[in-house]
Ligand binder design. Structure first.
Ligand code: HEC
Length: 169
């Protein structure tokens, strides 16, 4: 049996990130239209991310099929599927989106696309197990690279986009 190194580097950022999810989920009853649609999709992404992070943290036993399914779900909701839910100026309450999105649309699109690519990498590497071996493996989908670095990178993209384009609670 192959053994995987512990996932220390990942644990703190993942724990902090998960703490933020329930807060976010509480904040927006009353949304309608496109704002509600994208909030609902972000919530779906949040749920899928919890599945993945729980396993990389070691809270649940690692289940490659579940990681793959969750990562596929995120990839499908990222990229253009995400950005099309942000038509120019769609800032109806209770949105947490910031007007910076349309001032720096290229960067917003790039981050949505990064998320799509990174989630696809997590899916492709899921069968190799969770271990964290470092940057060199990040998008090496042809080897037996572990899924950990790609998952770490994916969570960093969630955070980076929220920091730039979403109101703080
Ligand atoms: C390209 C930018 C971008 C990326 C990447 C991104 N988000 Fe978001 N996210 C947003 C924006 C903007 C909002 C606020 C949407 C609104 O309130 O209209 C948001 C809101 C949310 C919410 C709150 C939903 C709600 O009901 O208010 C959750 C949860 C969330 N994101 C989770 C995630 C997770 C998990 C990831 C990574 C796997 C992620 N997001 C990646 C931009 C992004």
């Amino acid at each position: 049996m192959r053994k995987f190194r512990t996932f220390r580097k990942f644990q703190w950022p993942a724990a902090l990130f998960l703490l933020c999810l329930p807060l976010a989920a509480a904040a927006h009853s009353g949304a309608t239209g496109i704002v509600k649609e994208r909030m609902d999709r972000m919530k779906d992404i949040g749920r899928a991310t919890k599945v993945i992070a729980g396993m990389f943290k070691g809270d649940q036993p690692y289940d490659a099929a579940a990681v793959r399914a969750a990562a596929d779900a995120i990839a499908e909701l990222a990229g253009p599927a995400m950005t099309e839910k942000f038509p120019a100026g769609s800032l109806d309450k209770p949105t947490e989106a910031l007007p910076e999105i349309w001032r720096d649309w290229a960067r917003f699109e790039q981050m949505a696309e990064d998320l799509r690519r990174e989630a696809a990498a997590v899916s492709a590497l899921a069968a190799n197990g969770p271990a964290q071996f470092g940057e060199g493996y990040l998008f090496d989908t042809s080897s037996d690279a572990p899924a950990g670095p790609a998952a770490t990178r994916m969570l960093a993209t969630c955070r980076a986009c929220h920091q730039a384009f979403r109101q703080k609670d």
